[in-house]
Design a binder for this molecule. Structure first.
Ligand code: MN
Length: 489
């Protein structure tokens, strides 16, 4: 929700636009056949093209373009039949070509929107200006050698999608929600793994402040934020910094800033270049990218179900609350797991077990759902044992803990440890009679009107059965017995 920064002279509102660099899921780079695998030894995945050797010709990797088209469609954008790769010229030690091949005047995708859900449950649609495709740069290493800076070109030439939003986000929290939602969509579409630690998703935030009702103010761009926490903190700091300047009658200088994580502040990096400083021009080594309508339609036809649609389906088809559905669909793997558990079973019960017990343990142990020691099938098996009365819900939690620790099936654990629920009437009556006989004074108190002692009797019988007695049957039997004794008096 819109957030304001209060100053002596009145409030200021945020206007935030985000540029997200999302690494394309592809086994090879945008213009070369070199591998994109993460974590290889430095400079082992570098072709002559990626190293900027003179005379090398880039060859477009259509698998990357297909991914970017899929992403554009997922964001509701218009895929342009013709787009053009241009050279963005600048010098940087990790950019051996002396330019980055990017798209400028004619991007691959124009327009689109992303719907973010706000804290109060309402939602806002944020406009997307464009999505273009470009190469990543290499990486300078300043901490490997006491006398030199080194460069690792493994990342050089990897395909990126730059997704640019309109400056329509109105608070640091909205910016975080936008990135979280975008990340979820990218992962569903299978076009970016969204791994912020590995740099697969990096965010530049354009922040400006204005008084309510005024037009956009001068913006500053905060570069390369690689976690949602830093994104939030950087925008907060920047908003307050600019509001203070404006409040005191100063002017904000357009510039590029860095977020210093340790100092928790943004710092000036360079005064902002405008686009003309880069001397963009169409790359003479690459023809314009002309896409076939039928090819685009084929990609559109093969789109997977996206999180929003899936959430709606979980609400209408499975009867889940908006909150539960939202939690389950955020990660595709979680949603898949839930659906497998819920197949042929009660959806709410399945959601409960997945969200409370399973997620609880996975989070606690830091295990990904794809590595869960309890499979969807196994969890379904446990739920079946509750439903058919073999075990109580209470015992099921113990069984689940053992399944999680050992990876064994529920039915095996139940048999081995003799956890079958006692539903046999004669045995339950015997247990109840035993407990009542052991506490004659309490029985008298109950009869005298202290009926909340029922809980005490329940507890004793359950204890005597090691938790295995069917609670409904115990309750029923206890009430009958206590009333009957009263009646016979
Ligand atoms: Mn870029």
């Amino acid at each position: 929700m819109a957030e304001r920064v209060e100053t002596e002279s009145g409030p200021f509102c945020y206007a935030i636009g985000l540029e997200v660099h999302a690494q394309i899921v592809s086994s090879s780079k945008l213009f070369s056949g070199a591998s994109t695998a993460f974590g290889a030894d430095a400079n082992t995945q570098v072709s002559a093209v990626d190293a900027g050797m003179p005379g090398m010709l880039p060859v477009i990797n259509m698998a990357c373009i297909e991914q970017a088209v899929r992403t554009g469609l997922a964001l509701g954008g218009a895929v342009n039949r013709r787009s053009v790769f241009e050279r963005k010229n600048y010098f940087y030690p990790d950019l051996p070509q002396g330019y980055q091949i990017s798209q400028y005047q004619q991007p691959l995708v124009t327009g689109g929107q992303l719907v973010i859900e706000l804290e109060d449950g309402t939602s806002r649609s944020i406009g997307i200006e464009r999505l273009h495709v470009e190469q990543d740069a290499g990486k300078s290493l300043h901490d490997r050698d006491p006398d030199h800076s080194l460069v690792d070109l493994n990342r050089s030439g990897i395909g990126l999608m730059e997704i640019v939003s309109l400056p329509e986000l109105e608070s640091p929290d909205e910016a975080v929600r936008y990135v979280r939602t975008l990340r979820s969509i990218l992962r569903y579409a299978g076009t970016c793994d969204g791994n912020m630690q590995e740099g697969s998703l990096r965010v530049d935030a354009n922040v400006s402040m204005r008084r309510p009702g005024e037009g956009l103010g001068t913006r500053c761009e905060i570069k390369n934020l690689n976690s949602l926490r830093f994104l939030q903190r950087a925008i907060e700091f920047e908003g307050h910094r600019q509001a203070t300047i404006l409040d005191e009658g100063g002017t904000v200088r357009q510039e590029t800033r860095l977020f210093d994580v340790d100092a928790n502040e943004t710092r000036s990096m360079r005064s902002k270049e405008d686009a003309e400083d880069y001397r963009y021009f169409p790359d003479p080594d690459l023809l314009p990218l002309d896409l076939d309508e039928a090819w685009i339609a084929g990609i559109a036809a093969s789109m997977p179900e996206l999180p929003d649609a899936r959430k709606q389906r979980f609400m209408s088809g499975h009867g889940l609350s908006s909150y539960d559905a939202g939690v389950l669909v955020a990660e595709r793997d979680n949603a898949d797991f839930f659906e497998e558990v819920a197949r042929g079973r009660d959806s709410k019960q399945a959601a409960n077990w997945v969200m409370t017990e399973l997620f609880g343990r996975l989070n606690h142990d830091g295990i990904a759902i794809t590595d869960s020691p309890v499979s969807a099938d196994a969890l379904g098996g446990l739920i079946d044992l509750i439903v058919d009365g073999t075990i109580s819900g209470r015992i099921a939690k113990d069984v689940f803990a053992e399944m999680f620790a050992t990876g064994r099936q529920a039915a095996v654990i139940v048999e081995e440890r003799g956890l079958r629920q006692v539903t046999d009437t004669a045995r339950i009556e015997a247990l109840v009679d035993g407990v009542l006989a052991a506490h004659p004074d309490r029985v008298d108190e109950y009869r005298a009107g202290k009926t909340k002692l029922l809980g005490f009797f329940m507890g004793e019988v359950m204890k005597a059965s090691q938790g295995r007695a069917n609670p409904q049957a115990v309750n029923r039997t206890l009430c009958l017995r206590l009333e009957a004794e009263e009646g016979t008096r």
